[in-house]
Design a protein around this ligand. Structure first.
Ligand SMILES: [Zn+2]
Length: 181
């Protein structure tokens, strides 16, 4: 198991890094979710933020991008012993990716009651129907993680209302995104 990163202090340290990633997503007009894959020796193997809009790729969630980059870096399609650190509870697609990668531990900040698949809507981390289990630690820097999401969506709603039509808004700077209300 993860010998060197089991303390709350370490989780908070990594979550701060994941939050920095999420903020990059925010500034690009993406839903602000950040993720890291951390080796069991404590090295950060990969960091990523949500990019489905900019990459025009519905699978480009932070977790999937971080897992892909970490596997590529390790030269292995499996990452046993590694931890996935993510600001928001992963969706079912990302839990599927984590299970396929044999991630050992998931550390997330805030729950996602609408789509979370690590205990909220589904519990794919601890399903007895699957052949791999993922240890889950939740609530790390929860307020910061959920606060960034709330800030993003309230800004989006405000700009959506200001636009008068509610379907197309400028989220940040020159980044122009089509948004479904
Ligand atoms: Zn996801």
């Amino acid at each position: 198991m993860l010998r060197n990163i089991r303390m709350d202090e370490d989780f908070r340290h990594f979550m701060k890094e994941a939050l920095r990633e999420a903020e990059k997503g925010f500034s690009e007009g993406e839903v602000p979710v950040g993720a890291l894959v951390v080796h069991q020796d404590g090295r950060i193997l990969a960091a990523a933020h949500n990019r489905p809009i900019s990459l025009q790729d519905p699978t480009a969630h932070a977790e999937v991008l971080a897992i892909r980059a970490a596997a590529s870096k390790c030269g292995n399609y499996r990452l046993p012993g590694a931890a996935l650190i993510v600001t928001i509870e992963p969706c079912s697609m990302c839990m599927g990716a984590a299970l396929n990668a044999r991630i050992s531990r998931l550390v997330f900040g805030a729950s996602d009651p609408k789509a979370g698949a690590a205990g909220s809507v589904f519990d794919l981390a601890r399903s007895g129907a699957l052949n791999h289990r993922i240890e889950v630690v939740s609530g790390i820097l929860e307020e910061e993680c959920s606060g960034l999401m709330q800030e993003f969506f309230s800004l989006r709603r405000k700009r959506s209302a200001d636009s008068g039509r509610g379907t197309e808004v400028v989220v940040t700077g020159s980044t122009r995104n089509r948004l479904v209300p």
